[in-house]
Structure formats: C-alpha cells, structure tokens
Write a protein that binds this ligand. Structure first.
Ligand SMILES: Nc1ncnc2c1ncn2[C@@H]1O[C@H](COP(=O)(O)OP(=O)(O)OP(=O)(O)O)[C@@H](O)[C@H]1O
Ligand SMILES: [Mg+2]
Length: 320
C-alpha cells in the first residue's frame, strides 16, 4: 500500500459514560484505527454500539476516557485555543437529522455564511455573498434559496444546506454521522452521490457512519465494523464484501437483501441469535460470543485482539 498521509490516528480510544445510577457504560472501549488523506472510512454497527461516540470523541466534541486521538499529529484533546480554532475550520460535521441540526427560523444565507464570518474567509461582503451563492449551487440549490427560512425546505434540501454549511470553511475532513438515515429512501441516493462528488472535487477525507453495510458500500474505501464498543473488523470495502472474516460481519452482510434471486439462493444466510448485550454489563471475553455460531471456550474468557489476517485486513476474533 502506498504511503499516505494520516489525517487521524486513533489509538486505544476509550469513552466511558456514567449513568445516573453511577454505573459505568463502556460506549467505546479500546478502539484503534487511522484515517488516510482523501479516503472515506465507513463505520457500521447496530444502534448503540458506539459509532457516534467514537466520531464525536475523535472530533473532541466529547472528552475521552483513555487512549489518544491525533489530528495531523496533534493531540485533539490537548489543543490550546488557537489550535482548536484552526481545528474547527479543518474538521466539519454533517449531522444525522437536518431538522434538529438547523435552526428552522434562520435564513439559509446566514446559516451558510456563519462559518465564513467566524473564520474570516471572505475579504468583504461581496466576496462572502459570492461564496455563499457558489456553495448553494455546488450542493444543487440555487441563489434564490438564500433569502428563505430553513423551515420552508424538505429534509433532503435541508441536508444539502447542512452540507453547504459544513463545506463553507473549506475543511479537509468531514464527519458524516448517518447523514441520510432521516431522509426518504428516494432522496438518500441523491445525498450519497452529492457527498461522493464533493469528496472527489475537494479531496476531502471522510468518516461516514451508517447502520448497515448496504449504505456504506459505495461511498467507503475502507470499512470498520463496530460491535458493543469494539471495532471487530477493519479492511478495504471490496475485501470486506468479498471475504468477511468476523462472524458478526458475516451476519450483517447476509442480512442485506440481494435483488437477483439466483445470487440470493447461493448466499448462505447467517442468522444472529439473541440480543445485543448491554454496554453497561458487557460479557467477559469476546462481546459477540453469546450470539456467535462459532463460539469456543476461549471466547467466553479472553477478549480477542485485532490481528492482521491479510494485508490491511484486521479482525478481532479467536478464529484467526
Ligand atoms: N451522553 C451520554 N451519556 C450516557 N450514555 C451515553 C451518552 N451518549 C451515548 N451513550 C450511550 O453510549 C452507547 C453508545 O451510543 P452511541 O450514540 O455512540 O451509539 P451509536 O452506535 O451511534 O447508535 P445509533 O446507531 O443509535 O446512533 C449507548 O449505549 C448510549 O446509550
Ligand atoms: Mg449514532
């Protein structure tokens, strides 16, 4: 693999919450990965497995409990004010719910111009206007939309506004936390295509979170699969689909419907038994053991480490 610049280096990251009953909840527990310049890393896993917490901790939006997150070599959780201000320009986010993340009473213009103003990107009002109009066009909206209130727009249009806002400061990195899951299915592909187009044009690096593998397939260069606070598999997208190693990944993949009935018949269905255990009281050993059809004695006592099973393909499972 060619040597590429690492934008993020995440090492043994932990984020524990405490519930009101003072119970420890291990939302992210010893997760390590890198994100390389220009790539899209997808993270998938069931609800509550820690995807959002992982992303937010990487962005310094929540404190970490342990481990380290480096952005271009700098510790995200130990930046001074000036460094943090620069960081907020280079790193932007597109949120899951464009209804909750945009103030419905604000004008579209003001929403997109805010970052430009904070970071003093435009020399004067005229240049600011030009930038806002360019951004609107770039995301498939038009100049007339600038003067309207957000509440006049549909979910898909709001997400376009959210993307324009994120890109207004010309970031290097975009964190997309389930940016299409609140949208109509008919609109989802449009937003995915828009993000892919913008990523290419602007050489963006992206972290893209989704519930299931069918969504991240097209947009991700590499995919990490999370289960109950752990990363259980991480590899190139094509390798993950062609040769999934972790029993949990295999189960996730077999849950994706296949349009072609012949292909569908060939595919072996791997069913998931039982429910996701609680992160409040995660099982000893491998957290997936209780639902795994290959469970061995060692799985019930020892937590498996991530090992590289082929080049660039990492799995945390005692089978390997
Ligand atoms: N602020 C918080 N305080 C306490 N617990 C939290 C907090 N935020 C998240 N959690 C818990 O941490 C775990 C991971 O949550 P997180 O939101 O990161 O999961 P997720 O994978 O993003 O789920 P989803 O797919 O539903 O968005 C969950 O058990 C959740 O209840
Ligand atoms: Mg989430």
């Amino acid at each position: 693999m060619e040597k590429r610049r690492k934008i993020f280096e995440v090492k043994h990251l932990q984020k524990y919450y405490f519930t009101q009953q003072k119970q420890q909840l291990k939302a992210v527990d010893d997760v390590s990965f890198d994100i390389y310049e220009g790539e899209t890393l997808g993270i998938v896993g069931e609800s509550g497995c820690g995807k959002t917490t992982c992303g937010k901790t990487c962005l310094g939006m929540v404190d970490k409990t342990g481990g380290e997150v480096l952005f271009l070599g700098k510790d995200v959780h130990a930046m001074n004010r000036k460094e943090h201000f620069e960081f907020t320009k280079k790193v932007q986010m597109v949120f899951q719910d464009p209804y909750a993340s945009l103030d419905p009473h604000q004008k579209v213009y003001q929403i997109i111009a805010e970052g430009i103003q904070i970071h003093k990107i435009a020399k004067n009002k005229k240049e600011e206007e030009k930038l806002v109009f360019e951004l609107l066009e770039m995301v498939g909206l038009n100049v007339e939309h600038a003067a309207r209130n957000v509440h006049e727009f549909s979910g898909g249009q709001r997400q376009r506004i959210g993307i324009a806002r994120a890109l207004s400061v010309n970031p290097e990195f975009l964190f997309c936390d389930e940016p299409i899951s609140a949208l109509d299915v008919s609109i989802q592909a449009q937003i995915i295509n828009l993000l892919m187009k913008l990523q290419k044009e602007r050489n963006l690096t992206m972290l893209f979170i989704a519930h299931d593998l069918s969504i991240v397939k097209h947009i991700s260069d590499r995919i990490g699969v999370m289960y109950l606070g752990k990363m259980v598999e991480l590899t190139r997208s094509d390798m993950l689909y062609a040769n999934p190693k972790h029993p949990y990944t295999q189960a996730l993949l077999s849950a994706i419907p296949i349009a072609d009935p012949d292909e569908s018949k060939k595919k072996e269905k791997v069913m998931l038994a039982g429910d996701v255990p609680s992160p409040l009281n995660p099982p000893k050993g491998c957290r997936f053991a209780g639902r795994c059809q290959h469970c061995m004695e060692i799985c019930k006592t020892a937590d498996p480490n991530m090992v590289e099973v082929e080049e660039g393909h990492f799995v945390a499972c005692h089978l390997y």
